[in-house]
Design a protein. Sequence first.
Lengths: 314, 340
Amino acid sequence: MNASIQAFGRRLAPQALPLAILVIVAAFALSEPAFLTPGNLVGIVRQVAITGIMAIAMTFVIMTGGIDLSVGPVLALSGVVTWFSLDAGVPLPLALGVGLALGIAIGMVNGVIVAFAGLPPIIVTLAMLSVVRGSALILGGPDLHSIRGQEAYSFIGSGSVFGIPVSVLIFAAVAIAMVFVQRATPLGLRVAAIGENERAATLSGHRTRLTKLSLYAISGLGAAIAGIVQSSQVHTASATYGEFGTELDVIAAVVLGGTSLMGGNGSIARTVMGVMFLGVMNNGMNILNVPLDIQLIAKGAIIVLSLALGELKS
Amino acid sequence: MSEIESVGAHRRNFLKSLALGSAAVGAASAGLFTDVATGTIGVPAARAAGNIKMAFIQWQPHTVSSAWSKGIEEVLKTQQTVDYRLLDGQNKVEVQVSLMDTLINEGAAVIFLQPIDSVALAPSIAKAKRAGIAVLTLNIDATEPHAAHVEMNHYFGAMDIAKALGDKLGGKGEVAILNAPPGIIIRDQRTNGFVDGLKKHHPGIKIVADQSADWSRKKAQDVATTLLAANPNLGGFYGVNDSMALGAVDVAKTKGLIGKLVIFGNDGEKDALESIEKGELTGTQYTDVYQQGRFAAAAATVLASGLVPATAFKQQGKLLMPYTIATKETVASIQPAQRW
């Protein structure tokens, strides 16, 4: 009897996160019917899109035992650079290209230092956080730059197709593309190999350094996409966006999805679930008008509880 | 002054500015790897030996503090006898404390301060006071009494916002507050003023939700969307800053609720005034922050040139800034040069 309960628990443990999401969705829906309206559900996805894009892009980095703390300022800088380009009359595709390329370039610098100089990612990306924030401030100053008369650009953040916000579609596209990369390309395999045992991966002839470099580039690209979506959503670019704590939200979503900070385990699909979990929780607390102090306590408790369920297997 | 003396003075000043520079670097390196750039801008450092020194330690780079600094600099530059610079607190109490130490050691005459923490900066203010330095705080007061405090009229302004918002709603209905997280006094003053204002002028209006949107336009969009789903009869929003009110405007636009929702902000920044002119945002409390900087600088100049030491004050001076409740009817009175 006892053994069968344990077996049942072991089978259930990997599904702890989806189950936790179901439970809190049910709880919120029962307490406030408005929670389940299509408008609100789409709203939840829109609310997590920016953090979600960054979390998906950072999952591979964390799977290799690395981390990218520089995403907040990269988000700000890509918004500011894209704004300056648009303001200077550069056509939209090119302006977007400039913003995205900048994110990739910053990621590559992180990657080169981490992979080839062998410095700890936490230090490298912490330094990069400082450098990029400073650069953004030199470029944009402390001011808010309004984006006006750029209908096509505003469409990215505020437009919708068949009732679905474009930012949600971008989030979905990034998620699908990265799930594909993880499941069906050599890069996905190499990421897992490096995370499990980097030395073994190198000895097996994998080009681990190039792989790591490209993962940081992907993380930078994700932050740049997020920066463009955000500046378009709020019709403003500012060097102070992506404030301190942004990177923690992103990392929290990845870890909640079951990716180990030590590397190895991890999955893009589960990161998406981690993101949704946080989104549902924030939205539900707002819709029930829970006071902020209680919200903070409840969120912490729910997160630990659901992570603990996932650890039951051991 | 003879040739030799003047060379000597030059060298002294060069050394002085070198020391200043390295002190600034030291202060900056205390916060190495932090999130905000360091830097000093302002009237160039000491040239004439007789000049008095004043500096403004801001919280972190922001539209408001940079407008204050501009106003301060405008007044101080005219005096021809003051060297002024802007120092950045990098959103860190310990950086502000170390910048205070640097300025005290340098023998600054006046320190303008936007304290990150009213309590944590108190010992530094006491130390400055013992050295005779007049400290003027901007917007955020400190627990240690100092020369003067110049602040936006948060509480009474918010009461007037409540009155204007209630008038637009016809004295009844439901409103929601897009609030900031607790931690700074401004947030409480702006919230309490609004709540008390509604009680006084429009007791028929009910506050059905009060949620934090972290001062951010993006978060405010999310929270406003959610609150509208939960409260379909919502008649209006009050954002405790303009960014959050503009977030609610964004939502109203996509949902076709412009003109139906009454939305008020607080601050009076450029984008908010423009939105009012377009008939989207209903109104905001506008404060001329350049003027706030000028007022603070005027007080400082009078103190410094009158050789009034900080120890001469019986109690702390206080100045509340005049303000306008900007709505479609009044917004045109705010001149382009007053917008920030």
